[in-house]
Ligand binder design. Structure first.
Ligand SMILES: NC(=O)c1ccc[n+]([C@@H]2O[C@H](COP(=O)([O-])OP(=O)(O)OC[C@H]3O[C@@H](n4cnc5c(N)ncnc54)[C@H](O)[C@@H]3O)[C@@H](O)[C@H]2O)c1
Length: 377
């Protein structure tokens, strides 16, 4: 489960320090931040709970060699805030949280460190549910789960749901169908030219959906073997050398499925597609790109909305994973994406802004109707 950033307030990188961000700036508002240390194993971690308005905070654990502790805290604050928005629009009974472990996983990740980390997560008593992110894998969650029952993203052998890319791709495809319906009147990609940048775990599943739906697919990837895996199976798929060539190729839809920041000024200016819908997190390279897209008449399906299939999957795991139940929930990404386009039209704002507003409204409603524990007795 990787990072996600809402469009509003995208950067908590204030020069005034993280405590200012946390307690005084508009970008904070986090409920709780926990600093964890276990000297015996070298564990240093930050667990940030942005919101539990909708339920226990859910979000992955990033294991990364941050340049400083300050940078790690900031990342946890940013990422957990993003998870609140993502979980709210995924229709989950979960708030937003995220944890970061400071250090190079190649050097310091050990079973004992992960167990110590699991004990810290367990100490929160279910207010935070963890999962995989950059630098952590299903095998790691299997270890964390030995100390902490609030762990998802485990391997199927240990009762987990395993690889989340299947439902992530399915959700992106639903978002793309909604965008096609909004733009061309029919919720299908039949006969449309769709460019997929990055055909890794999610991208290659997305290509299968597109081909089944009758789209003409163009792909690119920095790994030739990833492209070959597609073109050997589907000779009708064409490949171009890089993402810059893909955005310039004649396309109806552009699907960024590699890294963040795919939609920068040069890309937006060069795009031939009139719909953008892909799996990559944080596609907008900087605030304002969402408006540039709208000004060019390009319909942008917000990344954190359409790529929520993965978090929907790990949330389902908490109830004993049922693929069909999780898939049915991921299918609702179609309706959510349409609702965002409608709200964008009504409010006269880009879809990314409309998405943030809908997420904020759901969280505010939950806060307003929350029954205090004493009143429940
Ligand atoms: N896996 C999930 O469930 C999930 C869920 C939500 C969001 N995402 C996001 O979707 C994106 C893809 O995730 P994934 O799990 O498929 O990752 P992945 O690493 O399996 O696939 C990414 C692919 O992009 C390619 N790539 C990297 N740089 C590229 C470039 N400059 N041009 C073209 N191709 C390039 C890589 O070679 C790789 O094949 C990521 O941004 C990830 O954060 C994934």
């Amino acid at each position: 489960m990787t990072d996600v950033r809402p469009t509003s307030g995208t950067d908590t990188g204030s020069t005034e320090g993280v405590l200012h961000t946390l307690f005084r700036s508009d970008l904070g508002g986090h409920e709780q931040v926990v600093l964890c240390q276990d000297r015996a194993t070298g564990l240093k971690a930050v667990i940030a709970l942005h919101s539990t308005a909708l339920g226990p905070a859910l979000g992955g654990t990033r294991f990364y060699p941050y340049a400083s502790e300050e940078e790690a805290v900031r990342d946890a604050l940013n990422l957990s805030r993003g998870m609140s928005y993502k979980n709210a629009l995924a229709g989950l009974e979960h708030g937003g949280g995220k944890a970061v472990i400071i250090g190079d996983p190649e050097e310091i990740k050990t079973e004992q460190l992960l167990l110590a980390y699991g004990r810290f997560v367990a100490s929160l008593g279910g207010r935070y549910v963890t999962a995989c992110d950059v630098g952590t894998y299903v095998q790691d969650m299997d270890v964390v789960a030995r100390e902490c029952r609030w762990t998802t993203g485990r391997s199927p052998e240990r009762g987990g749901a395993g690889d989340s890319s299947v439902l992530t791709a399915f959700g992106v495809f639903q978002g793309m169908r909604a965008a096609a319906g909004h733009r061309w009147g029919e919720p299908t990609l039949r006969g449309r030219r769709v460019g997929v940048a990055g055909v890794g775990k999610v991208g290659h599943h997305l290509v299968e959906h597109l081909i089944e739906d009758g789209a003409q697919v163009v792909v690119t990837d920095v790994r030739p073997e990833a492209v070959a895996r597609i073109t050997e199976r589907h000779p009708e798929v064409t490949a171009v050398p890089d993402a810059a060539a893909l955005v310039r190729a004649p396309l109806d839809v552009y699907a960024p499925c590699a890294l963040g920041g795919a939609l920068d000024d040069a890309t937006v200016a060069a795009l031939t597609a009139t719909v953008v819908c892909g799996a990559a997190n944080n596609q907008l390279a900087h605030p304002g790109v969402e408006k540039d897209l709208a000004d060019r008449g390009i319909l942008y399906a917000p990344d954190y909305v359409v790529n929520a299939g993965g978090v929907i999957q790990v949330a389902d795991e908490l109830n004993g994973f049922d693929f069909d139940r999780a898939k049915a929930k991921a299918a609702k990404i179609y309706d959510t994406t349409l609702a965002i386009f409608d709200r964008a039209h009504t409010d006269g704002v880009p879809p990314a802004v409309a998405a943030d507003r809908l997420a904020e409204a759901r969280m505010a409603e939950a806060r307003a109707t929350r029954v205090p524990r004493q009143a429940q007795r």
